[in-house]
Design a binder for this molecule. Structure first.
Ligand SMILES: [Zn+2]
Length: 238
């Protein structure tokens, strides 16, 4: 990543901040993450003022997307990655403690996440470092959970799918036409039982593409309490 900058546009009397990541691309892409953060991918030479006006034109859609994701994280305000904020890892809440330091480091100390960074680094940098740290946990935990969830599916002839872990804007996971299991990096904030639900949900799609009776019956056989986990995921997380 070539580094990103923060810009903002005015909307209904409020200022909505967004990060801009520049790359060799021709078009502008606007995404709203499950966090409610607005991330814009822009051509390298696009002017800031042009980006702001183009993003503002999508303001209604952006605010709608943020409201849509609000129900996933009813108690968490937009994160600023400041000391005192609560961040989840595997369903456990940790308090963020930001410590100015010349070297970059993230570690857990008791019920705190200690984030060491040079003092002059801003929001986007802090967020990137923390996301990278979450990514390390995701790459450790998700393959373990997949291995734990797989046996009943293997007995039905489903092979271990390729696992793709990435930031997703609209969902917790998907099962692609080519048979890959995609998991949202943000899911590492959820407890293992909810990660398992998303994995089982997606693996069931290997046999039933929609959420019809066949899909529900199979998932209910493998994970009888899936509806409780689904509600928990929608109510508690992020
Ligand atoms: Zn589904």
């Amino acid at each position: 990543m070539a580094g990103s900058t923060d810009l903002a546009f005015d909307w209904g009397g409020a200022s909505i901040a967004f990060s801009v990541e520049r790359s060799e691309r021709r078009t502008l892409r606007i995404a709203v993450t499950p966090d409610g953060e607005v991330v814009v991918s822009a051509p390298t030479h696009a002017r800031d003022a042009d980006i702001v006006s183009r993003v503002r034109r999508r303001g209604a859609w952006i605010v709608r997307q943020q409201a849509r994701f609000d129900r996933w994280r009813p108690r968490t305000p937009l994160r600023q990655y400041e000391s005192g904020e609560t961040h989840l890892l595997l369903g456990r809440p940790y308090r963020l403690l930001f410590q100015p330091d010349p070297t970059i480091d993230v570690r857990i100390d008791g019920d705190r996440i200690i984030l060491k960074l040079p003092q002059d680094k801003g929001l986007v940098f802090r967020r990137t470092v923390l996301r990278h740290w979450y990514g390390l946990h995701a790459h450790r935990v998700f393959p373990e959970r997949l291995a734990a969830m797989l046996p009943p599916f293997e007995r039905l002839g489903i092979e271990r799918p390729r696992l793709v872990i990435r930031q997703m804007t609209h969902r917790w996971g998907s099962f692609t036409a080519k048979g890959a299991l995609v998991l949202n990096l943000e899911l590492i904030r959820a407890s293992p039982s909810l990660i398992d639900y998303v994995i089982a949900h997606e693996l069931t799609h290997a046999l039933h593409p929609d959420h019809g009776a066949g899909w529900q019956d199979l998932l209910s056989r493998i994970m009888p309490d899936w509806r409780i986990r689904k509600d928990e995921l929608e109510r508690e997380l992020l």
